[in-house]
Design a protein around this ligand. Structure first.
Ligand code: SER
Length: 851
């Protein structure tokens, strides 16, 4: 049975049992507690916990792409060395949200395994949690008691992460046969490969909170997970997932690239590469970029680990990008977005590989030098240097030490890492401390979140609900001149978020509003009081007129985003943005610098949209409906279930909580000021609009006028060209003047000898000319650059003098050193007072040699 058929059979089986088939959710979950989607249940977490109502039907099935690299359930270190570990895999699952529970889950699983996959019953075993008598009973209806094993929490309790849904589980095992596996670990519960877990049925009953307590879920639920890779391997009679049709095409391709035959025993590197190319391709295709931290750093670690294994196979140039074609060929029919992103993903990988290849050789040299000195533990300082200077992630160094049986001094590495972070933090001058500790929780409990009314109005009569001092502690009043934070019952001030700057303004006649920020959902304005402010006061809140400019720049950012996707391609994903009164900045994923034609087109697209105009329309929608309607949402961003969707005609549609113009023609004009790189695969555009754009255009004109005045020409380009030509001519003249200097020379045994101190001119040309003029020549020129710097150059032709020895001798008298070839040599001296002496000795030297 091919992997494709296993996947289809599973989804069809559960569809027939009334389950809705759900497409795989993104690898970056809509959940800040997880690095990656690491199990099939992750997209349904909030249904399990009851935060989101049960769907209809309340039973689902999916084939979910997962990544286990970093965070809980991290398999990276083992990949390549075992038959089953992967960074990327597909998990088949069926889910019940309070509908069926253990009895049906077990019956379905048994039916699928024995009747669809037709695995022989005498090869199957199951495990249950030691306290789960219910599951133990139910299983006995399907399988003999002797084949049911009881284990504790370590084996039979599953949880998504440190927090989240969890519960006891029951696993189905397949016996691969004592004839193939017979180590002392090959028993049920042992570490051997004979008994292979193929399916995990989790009986979800609890939710674990941050402090570790477990509370019951609203309804007992089911989450099951079956690894497509291992089931495919079993169905194909293979003992390793890597021997199945899911991996062999990659292994063959790697063998083709390195020109060596793959053998299982020595083939870890082939397997590492085959696994890693799948993770890397899927992550990039889904908008994750190579980065110095977070998910992007895990992505970088995976790629670099693969590149290093390629290096071990003798591949010394970028190659991973070529394997993207294999991923698309193998998986593109099920995951159709892969083909769309194929070219840009290849380009991103190639560039990242090139970057790593520039340091890999020197890094390996440092590693090997240290390895030769290592007795017990590999130095944490060197591991840190490898990381910091050569881009070797720590787990890559650990991986390189693995077959030597050595470990890294991780404690020292962590210490150096912490020091570096502290240094970076000290150098960072941020504004607004969102992690600030203060009385926010108290305010939330007492008042809940306060309402933002600033979409509709820029002024309001509001009441002061609470005041905080500059340390965020509650106070009853702020005196004249004092600074603090104000919570209004409803506020027109926009709190900084989504890249948009926080509003400023005033409380009429009472206070200046300097900034507005969000703290744990509370919208608080930072004020400086010009009158006493007390809790309970009614004030008139007035947002600064700057807001109009901010809104224009924010709407222009949306148009820019749309233009980028239109002109560069749909791989463009927002990676950050900042919107201020007089400028905007937009970071986005794109593998290379933009050409000036691309920039022109983008600018033209945005300006045309402005001229055409389009009315802003906002709708509050369900997140899923919003995404389905084509609104741009950010990968990895945590959205509420209800979101605000903003569209400008058919030009742009995005999820956004910010404030905007009513019609895009209010933006006026739009100019790109700068395009630059932020990090690998991420570009930045800085732009301006509205009155800032006008000011910008005017300042350019002014600058040009000044240039014209300075050049005394109305055609500055012509004038510059003329100036450049003049400079070139002058340089040539100076050169000629120097070379035509009459150099005094004398004859020693037929050789024309010149030893002189040259005031100016191009020494090398002078020497060449002298050598051209005479059949046998020896010339030494010294040039005083400063009191302590003398250049000595010598040329020899058809004479038994070695120029290298000659200049060295002179340089030593001048307190320096140097040397060179027999016919031409240079040296440097330090002591100008010795010049005469040096000249005299140089003459002696010649006479002696030519005598
Ligand atoms: N969540 C469980 C697992 O990942 C079952 O799907 O094993």
């Amino acid at each position: 049975m091919a992997n494709f058929d296993v996947r289809q059979a599973y989804l069809d089986f559960f569809k027939n049992k009334g389950h809705e088939v759900i497409a795989s959710a993104p690898l970056v979950p809509n959940d800040a507690t997880l690095l990656f989607t690491n199990a099939g249940m992750v997209p349904f977490k909030s249904i399990f916990t009851g935060e989101v109502p049960r769907p209809t039907p309340p039973i689902r099935t999916s084939c979910q792409t997962c990544i286990r690299a970093g965070g809980k359930h991290n398999d990276l270190d083992n990949v390549g060395y075992t038959a089953r570990h992967h960074t990327f895999f597909e998990m088949l699952g069926n889910f019940s949200f309070g509908e069926y529970f253990k009895t049906d889950a077990i019956a379905y699983a048994w039916e699928f395994v024995t009747e669809v996959l037709k695995l022989p019953k005498d090869r199957l075993y199951v495990t249950v949690h030691e306290n789960d008598d219910e599951a133990y009973e139910i299983w006995q209806k399907h399988i003999e008691k002797e084949r049911i094993y009881k284990f504790g929490d370590k084996d039979n309790f599953w949880q998504m992460g440190d927090t989240g849904p969890c519960g006891p589980c029951s696993e189905i095992f397949y016996d691969q046969g004592a004839e193939h596996f017979n180590t002392s670990e090959d028993y049920m519960g042992g570490d051997g490969d004979r008994f292979l877990e193929i399916w995990n049925l989790v009986f979800m009953q609890f939710e674990r909170s941050e402090n570790g307590t477990m509370s019951p879920l609203p309804k007992p639920s089911i989450d099951t997970g079956m690894g497509l890779e291992r089931v495919s391997a079993i169905m194909q009679g293979k003992f390793s997932n890597y021997d199945s049709d899911l991996f062999m095409p990659y292994i063959d391709a790697v063998a083709g690239l390195c020109g060596k035959k793959y053998e299982y025993e020595s083939g870890a590197s082939y397997r590492v590469i085959s696994d890693h190319i799948r993770s890397v391709t899927f992550l990039l295709a889904q908008g994750v970029n190579f980065d110095k931290e977070g998910r992007g750093y895990v992505l970088r670690r995976i790629l670099r680990r693969a590149v290093r294994h390629g290096y071990l196979l003798g591949i010394k140039e970028p190659f991973m990008y070529k394997l993207v074609d294999v991923v698309v060929a193998q998986m593109g029919s099920h995951y159709t977005y892969l083909a769309e992103k194929q070219q840009s993903v290849k380009e991103q990988i190639r560039l990242e590989e090139e970057r790593f290849f520039t340091t890999i050789a020197s890094g390996l040299e440092l590693f090997n030098d240290e390895l030769a000195k290592t007795k017990g533990v590999f130095s944490g300082d060197v591991a840190f240097k490898l990381y910091d200077t050569y881009g070797f992630p720590l787990d890559l160094t650990a991986d390189m030490l693995r077959d030597k049986g050595l470990k890294v001094d991780e404690a020292r590495f962590d210490e150096l890492m912490a020091e570096q972070k502290a240094r970076a933090k000290a150098a960072w001058k941020g504004s607004g401390d969102k992690s600030a500790k203060g009385d926010f929780k108290e305010l939330l409990e007492e008042f809940g979140e306060n309402k933002f009314i600033g979409y509709e109005s820029l002024e309001s009569n509001s009441k002061i609900l609470a005041l905080l001092d500059s340390e965020y502690k509650r106070v009853q009043s702020l005196g004249v001149g004092e600074r603090g934070w104000v919570m209004l019952d409803s506020t027109p001030f926009y709190a900084q978020s989504g890249g948009q700057k926080g509003d400023s303004g005033e409380f009429a006649n009472k206070a200046n509003v300097l900034d507005t920020q969000k703290f744990h959902g509370l919208n608080l304005s930072c004020v400086e009081a010009s009158e006493n402010l007390s809790v309970g006061d009614e004030i008139k809140a007035v947002v600064s007129s700057e807001r109009t400019e901010i809104a224009r720049h924010h709407s222009a950012t949306h148009l820019l985003h749309a233009a980028l996707r239109k002109i560069l391609g749909s791989h463009v994903a927002q990676a950050g943005s900042s919107v201020e009164t007089n400028k905007l900045r937009f970071d986005f994923s794109h593998p290379k610098a933009l050409t000036s034609e691309e920039l022109d087109k983008i600018e033209a697209f945005v300006n045309l949209a402005i001229v055409n105009g389009a009315v802003a329309k906002t709708e509050i929608m369900d997140i899923e409906a919003a995404k389905n309607s084509g609104a741009i949402a950010l990968f990895g961003e945590k959205y509420d279930e209800k979101v605000r969707v903003l569209s400008f005609g058919d030009v742009s549609k995005e999820l956004c909580g910010g404030t905007h113009v009513k019609n895009i023609n209010e933006i006026g004009a739009f100019f790109i000021v700068k395009e630059s790189g932020v990090s690998a695969g991420v570009r930045r555009i800085e732009a301006i609009c509205s009155s800032s754009a006008l000011e910008y255009a005017q300042s350019l004109r002014k600058e040009l006028d000044e240039i014209k005045t300075e050049l005394k020409s109305v055609e500055p380009m012509m004038a510059i060209k003329k100036l450049k030509d003049e400079i070139k001519n002058l340089k040539q003249k100076a050169k000629n003047a120097a070379s035509s200097q009459n150099l005094d020379f004398f004859d020693v045994s037929g050789v024309k000898v010149c030893i002189a101190v040259a005031e100016s001119g191009d020494i090398k040309t002078m020497i060449d000319e002298f050598k051209n003029q005479h059949e046998k020549a020896a010339i030494m020129l010294m040039q005083v650059v400063s009191d302590d710097k003398i250049l000595i150059t010598a040329g020899v032709k058809n004479a038994s003098i070695k120029a290298g020895e000659w200049v060295k001798m002179a340089a030593q008298i001048l307190g320096g050193n140097g040397g060179g070839k027999d016919d031409f040599a240079t040296a440097g001296g330090k002591n100008a007072q010795e010049l005469e002496n040096a000249v005299r000795s140089a003459i002696e030297f010649v006479k002696e040699k030519l005598a």
